[in-house]
Design a protein around this ligand. Structure first.
Ligand SMILES: [Zn+2]
Ligand SMILES: [Zn+2]
Length: 209
């Protein structure tokens, strides 16, 4: 069940390109008004805020869930061609253990530094993924946050360092089933004979290769 949910969330996150977040983003908690900062290079403002993630961020087995509270600690600094944002975000993570598929939750902290340029000239910049732009006086941190999250995301989250995973035969969680878990004795004797055959075949293969 949780697996299905997780997948649908991931698909949503993957489908959210820049255009979608652009139209929606300007009302989000990740948007900062730069009017108070002004454009005098060297001026800076510090801002701390708890922002609600409008949609899930991340890819793969873990994500920052939608509606999660993200703690932002930021410095905005006016530079000659835009605003430099330096800071960190602390966000909750949810996902599945890469070995046993149990739910995993933890917290991640990402730090980032991003330059947001003042509006580009006509016809330039809009489709360039490499550059970020202010929208008038508004700075939408969400795309930068999402990129930072994806980069910092653990690829194979584990419920515990030494999670033994699942039994390859019956799918039982080995952490619960215990080290003695096995199928040798429980199997119908006729199949057990077959199993011994398979095992000896495999070991023969291994020795040959
Ligand atoms: Zn696990
Ligand atoms: Zn088993």
């Amino acid at each position: 069940m949780s697996k299905i949910n997780g997948k649908s969330v991931i698909r949503e996150a993957a489908g959210s390109g820049a255009p979608a977040s652009k139209s929606r983003g300007l009302s989000s908690d990740f948007v900062f008004d730069m009017r108070a900062l002004g454009r005098q290079p060297g001026t800076f403002r510090d801002e701390a805020r708890t922002a609600r993630a409008p949609e899930a961020a991340g890819s793969g087995l873990v994500l920052v869930p939608a509606d999660a509270d993200v703690t932002l600690d930021l410095r905005f600094e006016a530079v000659s061609d835009g605003v430099l944002v330096t800071g960190s975000a602390i966000a909750p993570l949810t996902g599945e253990c890469a070995r046993c598929l149990d739910p995993v939750s933890s917290t991640m902290e990402v730090s980032f530094q991003e330059l947001y340029l003042y509006l580009p000239g006509p016809g330039e910049g809009e489709d360039d993924d490499e550059e970020r732009f202010l929208d008038g006086d508004l700075l939408d941190l969400e795309p930068a946050f999402r990129d930072a999250v994806v980069l910092a995301m653990p690829l194979s989250p584990l419920c515990q360092e030494d999670c033994p995973g699942l039994c390859p035969e019956c799918g039982a969680r080995l952490a619960e089933a215990g080290p003695d878990h096995g199928h040798g004795e429980d199997v119908d004797p006729r199949w057990a004979a077959l199993r011994r055959l398979e095992v000896s075949d495999q070991s023969k293969d291994r020795q040959e290769s």
